[in-house]
Write a protein that binds this ligand. Structure first.
Ligand code: PLP
Length: 439
């Protein structure tokens, strides 16, 4: 076939032609076990009848109506469903086409909110090291992933990056998890005070860090303290649930498990379950109303935002997650996956940590398990694990963050919520062999 499409890799890739449940089939008929839902996207697997039917039905009625002129039934139905099931205080939904777009919109909404309420000095964003919020320039500037930012640094607006809550790496031996969480959260307050609260607009964080650290949840109490600090200083809390939201961790929104509500939350990936490109930014009534009663409109928009087909897919996917009991299933199968990973890698000399929530898990690969020293980046462990995983016919997400200024390695595992126990065994067997081959 042609070979004119270019993507992120210059290496030739297999051609995906069909999907069924947890498997993708390529043009040679090979079955690939989708152990990461792509990048935590395909939460319902690859041939969900209800989502397909919803998209077909919408396509037969109306494919597109510009949001400058119309709202649409699937967009309204999806927004209702999200708000009914959202954390307390979240009341309005702005539909987009993906995660980066949702983060861009969140940052712009925060800025416009402060203009509307007469606080034009607030423009700074504080984020965390080892975070990823997207690849467009605003979202990339917010993210703290050093290697993704490096080439584009002159184009990125200055952002403060405080320490992540990453217990495996940064909790002191003598420190309790609670004390560590409070110490780390207090860095936000120190940074707000250093910058001057009157200049700080928002703090953005992933409740469970995905691509840059590998399924790292915060310790208990961390986000409660973060919520308090934001409230005290009038700073908006934006939670980026693009990867960890929509049931991935066992609750529809990951922050439910941290016992807090954000002012703005972004979602994508699992929202459309891979059937359509869709993301969303949800916000409180207070933010929405300040703009509605002020200038009257959020000064933002993309031609395809609120696309009816994407909204139809999103509505069907969320209904499937809620109505088929997939949230408790994610918790149950997450425990099975965790046990299987611990059985396989618990004593492995190069697996330093096994972690995550629900069906959002990772192993962290280190040179030395005792000292937690990462491999020398020149060894390109990520790339080797990816190649070995692919030769096993498995898809998972080997990625790297930055550990003390050096690249670290982890493998993210985020299978469809419909995964069965024998497929979890297949996944861990294949991953186990791949890790041996790569190291
Ligand atoms: N935010 C988080 C937490 C993500 O994990 C991602 C993608 O991996 C994004 C934002 C960007 O989403 P997208 O790739 O859909 O633009």
């Amino acid at each position: 076939m042609g070979g004119h499409v270019f993507g992120r890799s210059s290496a030739p890739l297999p051609t995906a032609v069909r999907g069924e449940g947890c498997y993708i089939f390529d043009a040679n008929g090979r079955a690939w076990l989708d152990g990461s839902g792509g990048a935590a996207v395909s939460c319902l697997g690859h041939s969900d009848p209800d989502v397909r039917a919803a998209v077909h039905a919408q396509l037969d009625r109306l494919a597109f109506a510009h949001t400058g002129f119309f709202t649409s039934e699937p967009a309204e139905a999806l927004a209702d469903l999200l708000v009914e099931n959202a954390p307390e205080g979240i009341d309005k939904v702005y539909l987009l086409s993906g995660g980066s777009e949702a983060v861009e919109a969140a940052i712009k909404l925060a800025r416009q909110y402060f203009l509307e309420i007469g606080q034009p000095g607030r423009h700074r964003v504080i984020a965390r090291q080892q975070s990823y919020h997207g690849n467009t320039l605003g979202a990339l500037a917010a993210g703290g992933n050093a290697w993704r930012r490096e080439k584009y640094a002159p184009l990125l607006v200055e952002t403060s990056h405080i320490a992540p809550c990453y217990e495996y790496r940064f909790r002191e031996d003598a420190e309790s998890a609670e004390a560590y969480g409070l110490r780390t959260a207090n860095e936000l307050e120190a940074e707000i005070e250093r910058l001057g609260p009157e200049s700080v607009m928002a703090f953005i964080a992933e409740p469970v860090v995905g691509a840059t650290a590998g399924a790292v949840p915060a310790v208990e109490g961390y986000f409660k303290r973060i919520r308090e600090i934001c409230g005290r200083h009038g700073v908006l809390l934006i939670l980026d649930e693009v990867m960890c939201g929509m049931g991935r961790t066992g609750t529809l929104f990951a922050c439910e498990q941290d016992g807090i509500s954000p002012d703005i939350v972004t979602i994508a990936k699992g929202l459309g379950a891979g059937y359509m490109p869709i993301g969303a930014m949800l916000c409180s009534a207070a933010i929405h109303d300040a703009i509605a009663q002020g200038s009257g409109s959020f000064q933002h928009g993309h031609t395809y935002h609120g696309h009816p087909l994407a909204a139809a897919a999103g509505g069907a996917a969320i209904r499937a997650i809620l109505d088929r009991g997939l949230l408790p299933r994610v918790r149950e199968k997450g425990a099975v996956l965790d046990a299987a990973l611990r059985a396989r890698f618990g004593q492995h000399p190069h697996v330093g940590d096994i972690r995550g929530r629900g069906l959002f898990r990772a192993i962290e690969i280190v040179e030395d398990r005792g000292t937690k020293e990462p491999f020398d980046p020149a060894r390109k462990i990520n790339a080797k694990v990816k190649a070995a995983v692919m030769s096993e016919g498995l898809i998972c997400y080997p990625a790297g963050g930055t550990v003390d200024g050096r690249k670290g390695d982890h493998v993210l595992i985020a299978p469809p919520y419909i995964i069965e126990d024998d497929q979890i065994d297949e996944l861990t067997d294949k991953l186990g062999r791949a890790v041996e081959t790569a190291l």
